[in-house]
Design a protein around this ligand. Structure first.
Ligand SMILES: *Cc1c(COP(=O)(O)O)cnc(C)c1O
Length: 405
């Protein structure tokens, strides 16, 4: 169902993003609730049979069934679209379901995708493995070498897919340049904006046609629910994505949508605070004798530092990766010495998480594939939350001290 004709929240036309983040959605119900309601209902009642018929035929705008749309989900979609600066948004059951919907909605057998080789592991598996089976071919290219993207374009290329910065190396791609390459080839550019979120980076303003989200990460922000979304123009969402959602049902649950909706209210202050804490950690890690290398876009030593600062509102994001001398055993010792950081591969939480990418997020790759991706056994990824920075330094210093003795 197209939801564009549903009533809007009564706000001045020129309100800014921070206001939209706490107010965009739908007008309150007849009860006048100030905090958005959770519409935990699978279907909606019609006044009579003729109205039901009109609504099912899409002749009248209304909620019908929560596989198609739901008021709480619509509120989340409108709020996220406002933050990304796109006309529309469609919520999905997970970040991966958003990519599933994207490919099902836009591509067919015989079409070709160009994708960065450094994107989220499951994205590679989905494109290469699952969609390969249905005749959609994907070429994987360097995250940072624009020439490789250009060379990989074929006459049947319909989609370029990028993610920036990447996990765990925080490699940054030039979104505006990729958008130009895509459009020159008559293709669309989709960007996974999970790591920066719209608080730091708005890919649509740089020319991306579709912005993809794992709502599981910073949008929820407290590690509670699995959710996803695609933000794009009204026509693309209504004509290409909504019909697939109606038939295929990778729908976002109203409860999860509500959690993300409320998470969006604090997104901007969380992202900035976590990004600043990550920068402090990155600077401190660079001074540690047992640390070989630190990866964070805020550091002048980062290969795409200037591009990242221009593209990400001057922020590096909340993920810092570093390598310790002594390989896997040393990395495990540092992780095991922590008493504050949560040992988990998730990220985007207010609780700082720590993981060993080579044996967790990138554990399914062969050692050869891992090294090609730049992931070594001594590497540790820290997804900085809202813990006190001095406490976090102490947590890692304990491990470094145990290695030094
Ligand atoms: C987690 C993640 C996804 C997948 O999202 P889910 O909600 O777990 O399905 C996609 N892209 C990136 C960059 C992620 O970190």
């Amino acid at each position: 169902m197209s939801i564009k004709k549903l009533p809007r929240v009564d706000l001045p036309a020129d309100v800014r993003l921070d206001t939209l983040a706490v107010r965009e959605g739908l007008p309150p119900s007849q009860w006048g609730e100030n905090s958005e309601a959770l519409f935990l209902t699978s279907s909606f009642v019609h006044p009579d049979a003729a109205t039901a018929a009109a609504r099912f035929a899409n002749e009248e705008e209304a909620f019908v069934y929560s596989r198609f749309s739901n008021p709480t989900v619509t509120m989340m979609e409108r709020r996220l679209a406002a933050l990304e600066g796109t006309e529309a948004c469609i919520g999905t059951s997970s970040g991966m379901a958003a990519i599933l919907l994207l490919v099902m909605g836009l591509l067919k057998a015989g079409d070709h995708v160009v994708c960065s080789q450094s994107v989220f592991g499951s994205t590679i598996k989905l494109l290469q493995g699952e969609f390969g089976k249905f005749g959609v071919q994907t070429s994987f290219v360097s995250q940072t070498d624009v020439a490789q993207w250009r060379t990989a374009i074929k006459p049947n290329t319909k989609l370029l897919f990028a993610e920036s910065p990447t996990n765990p190396l925080t490699e940054v791609c030039d979104i505006a340049t990729l958008a130009t390459i895509a459009h020159d080839a008559g293709a669309l550019l989709a960007v996974d904006n999970c790591f920066c979120s719209p608080a730091l980076q708005q890919p649509a303003k740089l020319g991306a046609d579709i912005v993809m989200h794992s709502g599981t990460k910073y949008l929820d922000g407290q590690g509670r629910v699995i959710a996803g979304a695609l933000c794009a123009g009204e026509q693309l969402v209504n004509e290409k994505l909504v019909p697939v959602m109606r038939s295929a049902g990778m729908s976002l649950s109203p409860f999860n949508a509500w959690v993300v909706l409320k998470g969006l209210e604090t997104l901007s202050i969380r992202m900035r605070a976590q990004s600043e804490r990550a920068m402090a950690m990155a600077q401190w890690l660079e001074t540690q004798a047992l640390v070989e290398r630190v990866y964070h876009p805020s550091l002048p030593s980062h290969p795409q530092h200037a591009l990242a600062m221009a593209q990400q509102s001057g922020q590096g994001g909340a993920v810092v990766t570093f390598t310790v001398k002594g390989g896997r055993a040393a990395a495990f010792a540092v992780i095991d010495a922590t008493r504050i950081c949560s040992i988990t591969a998730n990220l985007g939480d207010t609780k700082t998480t720590i993981t060993h990418p080579a044996s967790t997020t990138h554990g399914r790759l062969s050692e050869e594939q891992r090294l090609a991706a730049g992931i070594t056994q001594g590497m540790i990824r820290l997804a900085v939350g809202l813990d006190d920075v001095e406490d976090l330094k102490g947590d890692l210093a304990r491990g470094f001290a145990s290695l030094a003795t």
